[in-house]
Design a protein around this ligand. Structure first.
Ligand code: AP5
Length: 199
């Protein structure tokens, strides 16, 4: 898949706080991001949502992505980074900062983001067991309509998470809050606020 030629200088020059929001499938990233947006007014960009929009657009790039996402694999780094950069540029005016949800999912994604766009200020990582994530996603499957919310793909998403995404937490442990997330949504959010208030 080809790279888009994007001038990312405005993103670097804006010097806005950038927070990566990480955790396994169904750990509650999107749920907590909605609450962060409501309280802090950050701009929320989910890599998964951007990829699903690309699939729905029917573009050639979108067609290539469907097969990858239905297998629970990672989409090539360049595709996600270009989609994110394009979306960040569109939302730059008036933004107070960015919540990047579901990225980076491998150490190389983090390195490329910080090289091409800007350093991340802080990372929120939601810790949840595989059993709980599976239960949450199977429940969500009753209404989500997502092609990857089924027992078989959930198993693969968990394998991908442990293999590729967990190492990101270790690599960036110096700027990461590990938040236990098998609790009530508001209890988790209190820890989120404690981390963000320090930025
Ligand atoms: P993506 O869309 O990012 O999916 P995901 O990481 O699997 O996570 P979800 O969005 O499904 O869950 P979430 O953590 O936001 O949880 P939510 O808040 O909804 O990625 C999909 C695919 O795209 C990937 O598999 C990959 O193929 C590709 N992709 C994406 N990013 C990529 C990247 N950077 N590089 C390469 N490929 C990429 O909560 C889940 C459910 O639990 C909800 O029903 C919610 O109501 C409930 N819930 C939430 N919190 C709680 C709580 N505290 N207690 C009880 N229930 C709760």
């Amino acid at each position: 898949m080809e790279r888009a030629n994007i001038d990312k200088t405005p993103l670097r020059e804006a010097k806005l706080p950038i927070v990566w929001v990480l955790g396994g499938p169904g750990c509650g990233k999107g749920t907590q991001c909605d609450k962060i947006v409501a309280k802090y007014g950050y701009t929320h960009l989910s890599s998964g949502d951007l990829l699903r929009e690309e699939v729905q657009s029917g573009s050639d790039r979108g067609k290539q992505l469907t097969a990858i996402m239905e297998k629970g694999d990672l989409v090539p780094l360049a595709v996600v980074l270009d989609l994110l950069a394009e979306a960040m540029l569109k939302k730059l005016g008036g933004s107070k900062g960015f919540l990047i949800d579901g990225y980076p999912r491998e150490v190389a994604q983090g390195q490329e983001f910080e090289k091409e766009i800007a350093p991340c200020a802080w990372i929120l990582y939601f810790e949840v067991s595989d059993e709980t994530m599976t239960q949450r996603l199977l429940k969500r499957a009753e209404t989500s309509g997502r092609a990857d919310d089924n027992a078989e793909t959930i198993k693969k998403r968990l394998v991908t998470f442990h293999k590729h995404s967990e190492p990101v937490i270790e690599a960036y442990s110096a700027k990461c809050s590990k938040i236990p997330a098998e609790r009530g949504i508001d209890d988790i959010f209190a820890d989120v606020c404690a981390a963000l208030d320090k930025l």
